[in-house]
Structures are given as structure tokens and as C-alpha cells.
Design a protein around this ligand. Structure first.
Ligand code: NAD
Length: 303
């Protein structure tokens, strides 16, 4: 089976390439290395082409003969989308369109990465896929546009595809200086350097943290079983953990009380986030999340 992974040199992409290679797939990565790293693919039997998803010929050439295209390449940052909405749109929307057209021409199945940020200002919990999406950043608008393109290609051109909305993914290969600035790697790196952990607000805000192994397990299943779904699917397991609880778990794992530096709450931060995992469980009944404690412990080992 030939699988193209756009953004395959990034955090989630490289973890996925490892899993796909382990399951016997022939993997081709298309990545411009803007935030991804060649070293993430060290030791893996995958082909890396350092090219952009905006390079139509490169995308068409890479997708020729592919069974599945997993589209992860993106400018994955709300902040960057605020600084340069047009660049965010070009990569995240136009780049997605390039990938969808090439996959369609190749007769390939598509797996596309969207984001829980599409729910935006809608405060209802848990976030179910039927809820109204109210994006509050150009990044979220771009993700909503890309998933909408994928589902329209499915409807109009019979393109088999699954659109996944990722929540707060964390784990090995995720760097604290990454534009996504994920809280868990930042906490771990600070803790291991003996620095205080910065918490914005009272720390009672919650997130549906998802370990990257759980995410790539579902993505790989979706690839190998060519799962297709007419609606987006939340890729998270419906748990809700506060930042204060993450600090307590890390303190327990590292065997010392970690110091916290409290800062004012940031404007625009979502208070709570939690997925409804109903669609995920229906499509992937065998998927099981790694416990947060185990996942944190494996992330600490990697750092
Ligand atoms: P990442 O930055 O590690 O991966 C993105 C990859 O895309 C990088 O390797 C980068 O070099 C590549 N890329 C960027 N622009 C490109 C272009 N024009 N052409 C080819 N490659 C390009 O980030 P990640 O966390 O692994 O994110 C993967 C996907 O998951 C993204 O689509 C992101 O929006 C989505 N996502 C991630 C999270 C999360 O918690 N990490 C949450 C929601 C959605």
C-alpha cells in the first residue's frame, strides 16, 4: 500500500510515518520543512520530498499511484494566521485544494487533519460534530474551509475521505518552541530545567489532551481500512483535564512539587474544551486512549 503523508516531517506526521512503516505501508512524505524536521524521520524507511503542497506538479507527481493521501501539512498556528492571514489561507486552504485535486485524479482515499478550533466561540460542551462552528481566527476559518472542500469533493466526485478534528495532541517529537506552543511540552521542558511552569489564569481551564500514539493509531486504521465518512470526526476521547491537574500529575511523576508562575488570563483563550467521542467510537470501536499519566510519563522519557 502506498501512502503519501503531507506534513510528514512534523510532530504528528513523523509519528504517523513510523506507525505506517511499522504496519508495512510504503510511505512518501511531502514536506517543505517550514516547521517539520528531517531528523524526525531518521531511521524510518520513508521517502522524503522537500516540496510545498502549493507546488501543483510536485503534489500531482507525489500522489500518482497512491492508495491514500494523509493531508497534515499546514501552518498550524492561530498566532501566525493573525499575523499573516493570507499565507495561512494559501497553505491551509489552497494547499488543501491542491492535495484534494491530486488525490481525486489519482483515485486515492484522503485523510485530512482539521482542528477543534473550528468550534470557536460556540461554548457548548462536549463538542459534537453537529454543533455550529463559529471560528474566531483565520486559522480556524481555513481549517473549516479545508474540511468543507474535502466533504464537497466526497459528495461531488466520490472522493472517499475522512476528516478528523484534532484536539490538544501531545507527545514525543513535539517541541516547546513550536508555533502551536502546546502547553504540555512547555510544562515538561520548564520542569526539567527547574523553571516555574507558566499558567495563564487560575489553571482551572480544561482541555481534551490526546496522546499522539492514540491519534496515529486511529489515523493508521483509517488509512489501512480506507474509512470514509460524510461528516467530520472528532479525534479525541472525551476527557477533560485542568491545567492544575496536569501540574499535579507531573509533580507526582517527577517526584517533587513543581513551582507555578501565574499570569493573567490571555484574551481569546477558550475556557473549556472536550470532544464528544461518539462518532470516533462508532467508526473505530477498537480505539483506546493511552491514560494521561502513562502518556505524560512517555513524553517525559522522550524529552
Ligand atoms: P507540525 O508543524 O509539526 O506539522 C506540520 C507540517 O506541515 C510540518 O512538517 C511543516 O513543515 C509542514 N508544512 C507546512 N507548510 C507546508 C507546505 N506549504 N508544504 C508542505 N509541507 C508544509 O504540526 P502538527 O502539530 O504535527 O500538525 C499536523 C496537522 O494537525 C496540522 O494540519 C495541524 O493544523 C493539525 N492540528 C494539530 C493539532 C495539535 O494539537 N498538534 C491540533 C489541531 C490540528
Amino acid at each position: 500500500m502506498k501512502v503519501v503523508v503531507t506534513g510528514g516531517a512534523g510532530f504528528i506526521g513523523a509519528n504517523l510515518c513510523r506507525e505506517l512503516a511499522r504496519r508495512g505501508a510504503e510511505v512518501l512524505v511531502l514536506d517543505d520543512l517550514s516547521t517539520g524536521r528531517r531528523a524526525n524521520l531518521d531511521g524510518l524507511d520513508v521517502e522524503l520530498r522537500v516540496q510545498s503542497v502549493l507546488d501543483r506538479d510536485a503534489v500531482v507527481y507525489a500522489c500518482a499511484g497512491a492508495d491514500t493521501v494523509v493531508h497534515l501539512a499546514a501552518v498550524p498556528s492561530v498566532t501566525r494566521s493573525l499575523m499573516n492571514p493570507r499565507h495561512s489561507h494559501d497553505v491551509n486552504v489552497t494547499g488543501s485544494l491542491e492535495v484534494l485535486e491530486a488525490a481525486c485524479a489519482a483515485g486515492a482515499h484522503v485523510v485530512l487533519a482539521s482542528s477543534s478550533s473550528v468550534y470557536g466561540r460556540n461554548p457548548a460542551l462536549p463538542k459534537s460534530e453537529e454543533m455550529a462552528c463559529v471560528p474566531v481566527s483565520p486559522y480556524a476559518s481555513g481549517k473549516l474551509a479545508a474540511e468543507s472542500y474535502a466533504l464537497s469533493f466526497q459528495h461531488c466526485f466520490d472522493l472517499p475521505c475522512t476528516v478528523f478534528r484534532f484536539f490538544n495532541v501531545f507527545g514525543p517529537l513535539q517541541l516547546p518552541d513550536h508555533p502551536y506552543a502546546a502547553v504540555i511540552p512547555t510544562f515538561i521542558w520548564s520542569a526539567l530545567r527547574g523553571q516555574p511552569l507558566t499558567v495563564f489564569g487560575d489553571g482551572e481551564q480544561t482541555r481534551d489532551f490526546t496522546f499522539v500514539d492514540s491519534v496515529v493509531g486511529v489515523l493508521a486504521d483509517s488509512v489501512l481500512r480506507s474509512v470514509s465518512c460524510t461528516r467530520p470526526v472528532n479525534l479525541a476521547f472525551g476527557t477533560r483535564t485542568s491545567l492544575n491537574d496536569v501540574v499535579a500529575l507531573l509533580s507526582a511523576l517527577l517526584g517533587r512539587k513543581l513551582e507555578v508562575a501565574r499570569r493573567p488570563q490571555r484574551a481569546g483563550d477558550v475556557r473549556h474544551s472536550q470532544a464528544s467521542g461518539t462518532s470516533l467510537r462508532r467508526l473505530f470501536p477498537q480505539a483506546r486512549p493511552v491514560s494521561l499519566e502513562m502518556a505524560l510519563s512517555r513524553t517525559i522519557e522522550w524529552v
